[in-house]
Design a protein around this ligand. Structure first.
Ligand SMILES: [Zn+2]
Ligand SMILES: [Zn+2]
Length: 183
């Protein structure tokens, strides 16, 4: 089901509102999301999980267009720093990975050129193929399958993110160092 120019323009406007500015990332995110949705063809929002491979502009646009959300576990980040996303239909069990494969550059400062990139043919802009995604049961939406208490810090750890040490479950921060230090 392809989108009309007007529909693509409206999606881009929605993304710009959510993201805060017009940028090439919003256009690329719209393009990845529209194509990804057409391939994965979810019947309801519960069919769809999207895995995005960077935490930059495209991530916001893909959430906006697909309606997937980090907090609902339907939007996942695997931060490989690549301009790519995988669209999983968890009901039909078919997944498609799409990446940006455009060889021409568009001046991100030129608003018209950025908007026109909405209409570059899919084949010129994107590459896609069917893939198999191996998410663990603990990564799927639904009630937490495992909740433990870290024996080091005493905080609860959800979803199997702990490892088992000599004295019991240990959270990632206690086992391999955290992103913060005590003040
Ligand atoms: Zn941006
Ligand atoms: Zn801990």
């Amino acid at each position: 089901m392809s989108k009309t120019k007007e529909e693509l323009g409206e999606l881009l406007d929605k993304c710009v509102t959510f993201h805060g500015h017009l940028c090439m990332g919003q256009v690329l995110g719209v393009r990845l999301a529209v194509k990804g949705l057409s391939l994965a063809a979810p019947s309801t929002y519960k069919d769809l999980i999207v895995v995005v491979e960077n935490d930059r502009c495209i991530a916001d646009a893909i959430q906006t267009v697909t309606g997937t959300r980090l907090g609902r576990r339907s939007f996942k980040l695997k931060d490989y720093g690549r301009m790519a996303a995988t669209f999983m239909n968890v009901t039909t069990n078919h997944s498609w990975r799409l990446n940006v494969a455009m060889d021409r550059t568009i001046n991100g400062e030129d608003e018209d050129a950025v908007r026109q990139a909405l209409y570059i043919p899919d084949e010129e802009m994107l590459a896609w193929r069917e893939v198999k995604v191996n998410l663990r049961p603990e990564e799927m939406p639904g009630k937490p399958k495992r909740v433990v208490t870290c024996v080091e810090c005493g905080e609860k750890v959800f979803d199997g993110k702990d490892t088992i040490g000599e004295k019991g479950p240990v959270c990632m921060a206690c086992s391999s160092g955290s992103y913060y230090t005590a003040h």
